[in-house]
Design a protein around this ligand. Structure first.
Ligand SMILES: [Zn+2]
Length: 380
């Protein structure tokens, strides 16, 4: 699944100028391409696909009158004529279907919000900056918000009349390879087993259909056994019949199977995380013993093996030379805003989304906690 992110940019004066320039050039190329195709259409010449447009653009750049087109991200210009070609194709399709369609409209400066598509292969983010081709490193208004991945889809830089923004799509699978400042924060929980500061989530395996099915079968067998005990009871003596023995064997088998599934899953999670090779991993020092006293919670924690995950991380990190930090359990990882540091004391356990009353950040509760853990300072 692709998730999209949008964040406000904090460009310098020079960068703002360059952004308007890029947006202006892309608008120009869009209109130029429309005009080009329109002329060909009217003179009975063949439509030129986006692929075929590149040589015409190169010629335009070299004609002596359009040198300024060379000053901006060339891929943004490709995006512009690709858009124009798409508009033209839609126009053709309309004609084919016999609809009454007009030519695609030119983009008037007055009615067009400045925007462009930077080269998706060369944009790079770090925790609070983005590198844009020809524009340089631009500051972001939010820290640690955009996951650091190798590839972004559909990047778009837009101006809303007041501010510039960048939006990108991130394939959730791509989270795997990434980390923030070489540190991964892990929020262990009951809803999802683990969520990383990079955005990667490890779902609770006990909520999968496969595990639920086995548990259902297990319960059914357990009920059967107790019924059989009851029906074979002689006074206060419970007899273990062959039949009961048989069902018990089945029950044991299912127990083993469930344990195996959970165990494998936990090993996969911890292996996956250490294989990202971060310099440091920060987890919460879950007071598991304390939590285990709560019967309702203890069952869930036991099933998810949160303690086991912690134990595995311990030795796997040692083996790989990764520093493992356990944030002390009073560190307010859930209640702190990972963007501005404000502590929201009113956050309830049932609030799945963290909304910061101070800076307006809206973020998944567990992701917020994981990012705070990644930012945890040992000396505090
Ligand atoms: Zn905030």
């Amino acid at each position: 699944m692709i998730k999209s992110y949008k964040v406000r940019l904090e460009p310098t004066k020079e960068q703002i100028e360059l952004m308007f320039k890029t947006a202006g050039c892309t608008r120009f190329v869009y209109n130029w391409c429309l005009g080009f195709q329109k002329e060909r259409f009217e003179t009975g010449e063949k439509f030129v696909s986006a692929m075929g447009m590149s040589k015409y653009l190169t010629a335009l750049k070299k004609d002596g009158d359009h040198d300024w087109l060379k000053e901006v991200d060339s891929i943004a210009l490709v995006g512009a004529y690709t858009d124009a070609c798409t508009s033209f194709k839609n126009f053709f399709q309309g004609l084919k279907k016999g609809q009454k369609v007009g030519y695609p409209k030119f983009k008037a400066k007055k009615h067009t919000k400045p925007s462009f598509m930077p080269n998706y292969q060369s944009i790079k983010f770090n925790e609070n900056q983005v590198k844009l081709p020809k524009i340089g490193i631009v500051k972001l208004s939010r820290k640690n918000y955009i996951p650091i991945v190798k590839k972004y889809s559909n990047p778009r830089v837009t101006f809303d009349g007041l501010n510039w923004y960048i939006s990108v799509g991130v394939e959730e699978e791509d989270y795997v390879s990434l980390e923030l400042n070489g540190t991964i924060g892990i929020d262990l929980g009951l809803k999802d087993t683990a969520i990383l500061s990079t955005g990667k989530k490890y779902k609770n395996i006990n909520k999968t259909a496969h595990v639920k099915r086995i548990e259902k079968r297990l319960k059914k067998l357990q009920r059967q056994v107790s019924r059989k005990y009851e029906s074979n009871r002689q006074g206060k003596i419970y007899n273990k019949t062959n039949n009961i023995e048989k069902i018990n064997k089945k029950i044991n088998k299912l127990h083993k199977r469930l344990a195996n599934i959970r165990n494998n899953y936990n090993h996969n999670i911890t292996a996956d995380i250490v294989n990202m090779n971060p310099a440091k991993i920060v987890i919460e020092d879950l007071n598991i013993k304390g939590m285990m006293k709560n019967k309702h919670l203890s069952d869930a924690i036991g099933k998810q093996g949160l303690y086991e995950i912690t134990r595995q991380l311990d030795y796997k990190c040692k083996y790989k030379g990764i520093e493992l930090v356990k944030a002390d359990r009073w560190y307010p990882s859930s209640k702190t805003c990972s963007n501005c540091g404000h502590i929201n004391k009113d956050l309830k356990l049932s609030d799945r989304t963290y909304i910061c009353p101070e800076c307006g950040t809206v973020i998944d509760r567990d992701l917020n906690a994981a990012i705070n853990l990644a930012n945890y300072k040992t000396e505090q």
